[in-house]
Write a protein that binds this ligand. Sequence first.
Ligand SMILES: Cc1ncc(COP(=O)(O)O)c(C=O)c1O
Length: 421
Amino acid sequence: MKKPVESAPPLDLKRSLAMFEDAQRLTPGGVGGIRRPYNFVVGEYPIFITKGYGGHIVDVDGNDYIDMLCAYGPIILGYVEPEINDAVKARMDDGFCFSLVQPIQNELEERLADVLPCGEQTIIVKTGSDATNAAVRAARAYTGREVIARCGYHGWGDWCVENPGGIPQAVQDLTKEFHYGSIEDLERVFAENDGRVACVIITPVGHPLAAPVMPPPPGYLEAVKELTHRHGAVLIFDEVRTGFRVAMGGAQERYGVTPDLATVGKAMANGYPIAAVVGSREVLSVYEKAAFLSSTFFPNSLEMVAAMTCMDILEREKVQDVIWERGTAFLEKLGRIVDDSGVPVSMSGIPPMPFLWFDKADEHYKARRTDFYTQCIRRGLFVQPYHHWYICYRHTEEDLARALEVVEESLAYVGERYPRA
Ligand SMILES: Cc1ncc(COP(=O)(O)O)c(C=O)c1O
């Protein structure tokens, strides 16, 4: 008789849990939004991390994981890249925060404009939210219109955040959401807001939270662009996740559709906080006078040095090609494992961003998902139930093979506990 699949033993998380007790006294919710335990499996996942190396992280209790969440996207190379850190340290010795800007700003702006197909001008900021906020403000100032059509997660700006707490109704009313992949739905937004839409902001690959990842259907991005321009609105690709990851020039390069503006961040500097709006000189010229954008830390240069060095490595080692190739093989094997498992789960994603999606087939789907992720983390694979995974450059062949083994074992465990309805 076939031996039943054993559960892996629970992890020792004593220190993480004790620190979380302290954290809840110190800051609301203990830790910020998406890092809170309920986004993983409560009581099973670590909360505090002490270090990373290559494609791994180590928690405060000494547990070591293959990390396929990659800090929610910034880690494209791996944790701790000496070449980047050495360049940053050298900059520290001459200072990096001044009342005026530093020459590296020109170099980085020029490089971003060269790398991204939409690039004419660039504004460098610090976070993805800074970039999306700046892009929609530019579109509103440029068009003189107020309505924003959006699709996907774009950060914590008042105009886009899902949780309406603290946001005036009048502001919420100006943002209209449409479904990724349906041109009819975007047509509906234009029809309902005739002459009022300032911009369409869309993640060029569909990757909403707690949903499968969706590559652009054939002709979809082209149709979005045509429709947006026909209505005199600005097209913004939010490439905060896809920038530097699906190709050096982002999804716009890989899928061959150039927006008016693009926002990039995350993978741009392998973890250093920097982001940018890149695109049409005409639209961005509103920031010469008609609109305002400034922050004390925007011109700090450590992150610019990190971005330049990260881009050197990405180009020199053709990192995106390597990740795409490894990711293609990973997805193929994942697909076979999923098919053989008999568990109602499906594979989604594109090679650098794989994901598993638990079909809402019957009342056990949440239990299956919770057990699956519990078994994954106990077996040393750090992935997230509601967010797609990432492959980074320093994930070794062994890391990826082990990750697939963990997925296979965890699905086998789930399959035995909750047979299909
Ligand atoms: C597509 C997209 N846009 C914008 C943001 C906001 O970026 P940040 O968290 O750096 O403010 C994110 C963050 O996850 C994102 O995925």
